[in-house]
Design a protein around this ligand. Structure first.
Ligand code: HEC
Length: 142
């Protein structure tokens, strides 16, 4: 009996430390104080293009929600994530807004596996366009 209790205690400690060590990868909301509120209708193009506050908030949001797959600074190349697109090569400005918004809102599921999380319902429209503003500033295509 004693021995069993001890084993149960060890198993408990191991299980809780494994849980503590697992990174929290759930999508996180981003506060956007100071940005013009956009209302419930989804816009087709980025209303904050060139706005320095949007850029700053967007950088923060990107690092919190996107960098673990798309790489810090959006440079890509995260080990084990080689197939994740390099966002610096995505069309910038209005040419890329529709693709950006649909991917970010809906994510991407392949054979039942979530390869990219859907951020709709977690990130506000303001937060999504702030991140888009940051990505435009990182553009490195032709
Ligand atoms: C769990 C990993 C993961 C996270 C986190 C993630 N993405 Fe992605 N993203 C992917 C994958 C995988 C694809 C490719 C999906 C496909 O093949 O259509 C992708 C594709 C995209 C695309 C399309 C790019 C293109 O050129 O086709 C955009 C835009 C995008 N992600 C934006 C974001 C943004 C913004 C965030 C953070 C708010 C984010 N992603 C977070 C994995 C991720």
């Amino acid at each position: 009996m004693r021995r069993q209790t001890l084993l149960a205690a060890i198993a408990f400690v191991l299980a809780s430390s494994a849980q503590a060590a697992a990174p929290d990868e759930s999508p996180k909301p981003l506060d956007t104080p100071g940005l013009k509120p956009l209302g419930p209708e989804w816009l087709k193009t980025n209303p904050y293009r060139g706005d320095s506050l949007a850029l700053k908030l967007g950088e923060k949001g990107f690092e919190i929600d996107c960098a673990r797959c798309h790489g810090a600074g959006a440079v890509g190349g995260v080990p084990g994530m080689e197939k994740v697109p390099r966002l610096r090569l995505m069309d910038k400005d209005e040419a890329g807004d529709a693709l950006y918004l649909s991917h970010t809102r809906n994510g991407y599921v392949e054979s039942g596996v979530v390869k990219a999380p859907a951020f709709e319902g977690v990130l506000s429209q303001e937060a999504m366009w702030a991140i888009r503003t940051y990505l435009d500033s990182r553009y490195d295509g032709d």
